[in-house]
Design a protein around this ligand. Sequence first.
Ligand code: FNR
Length: 367
Amino acid sequence: DKVPLLFQPFTIKDLTIPNRIVVAPMCMYSSLDGFFTNFHLASIGSFAINGAGLIIQEATAVLPNGRITPGCAGLWDDAQVFKLKEIVDFVHVQGGKVGIQLAHAGRKASAGAPYTKYPESAFWPEDVIAPSGGAHLQWDKHHRVPRELSLAEIREVIDAFGAAAARAARAGMDTVEIHGAHGYLIHNFLSPLTNQRTDHYGGSLENRARFLLEVVKSVRANFPAEKPIFLRVSASDLVEEVEGIEDSWEIEQTIQIAKWVRDAGVDVLHVSSGGNTAQQKILTAPGYQVPFAEQIKRAVPGLAVVAVGIILDGPQAEEVLKSEKADLVAAGRTFLRHPNFAMNSARELNVKAAYSQQYSRGRTIHS
Ligand code: FNR
């Protein structure tokens, strides 16, 4: 087949994504009381008009206290479905696919939002929850001190993930992505840096992964069986080399839980890294997280993998796919700089990409 892999469709379960380019979830701090707004319609709409294959909408809180900031989106209320459906319908008319990232911010909730109308102090309840609490686990001085979740509250959060997944389905979402990365609640449970519980949600890897697996089951049970589920993970806490830290979340554990979540119904792993401790050492360079995606893809058959992190152009993305390091390629900031990243990539790879009908006149000056 002469079509570059990047522009070949990708099918998983009943979902066929028209190309392999994914817009990574990006918080825009532009929600009002958790409701998506016209900003999201315009922003996501522009990615769709410009040919992105799959757009994953930003971290969306399953409970009010799961927002990172007051400007973050939510899906804890049936009323929040309406605007989402409008966005989903728009993307579908353009021929793209769309998912939403379901999240709980854990100990990193309660930050102030950039450009928000809310005064931070008036907004946040004394309710920052995490697997373990206490001043030593406060994220930074701009965040509240977290308190430990009770077993009953853990159950409530798990159920809230399921209820949000059901709402996402009602909005017509093609997929949901569970946010298990970047130091938010699920990652807080996984990593020994942030999970100091002594009950069956802490201690061994199996115990630390219990919350994630219960969230996966809750989401799977509430989202149409024929549609795939994504999970975003931090493959590593990125502290292996840091002195004084011995017990952290690292790639070997990620590979183990990747097998467990695959068996529990996750179809695609979206491989990021870091975010759970300020002591992390990130060496950012083009494709810096691709080796994590590759390791997981090699070790876990039957699980599709998304690579993300400083993917800057079509040839770079195509190389990731050609060398079988990942099944899909995602970009975040590249799309903010160039909402037409997919069409630029098509030009670079000599693909006659379908322009949206409305923009089709744009083709003539190039060809
Ligand atoms: C992000 N990122 C992010 N990740 C995530 O899982 N959920 C989110 O809501 C956000 N929000 C967010 C906002 C903004 C403005 C940026 C720039 C990033 C991380 C993002 O999805 C991606 O993994 C990283 O940006 C690395 O990829 P790029 O930007 O190098 O392509």
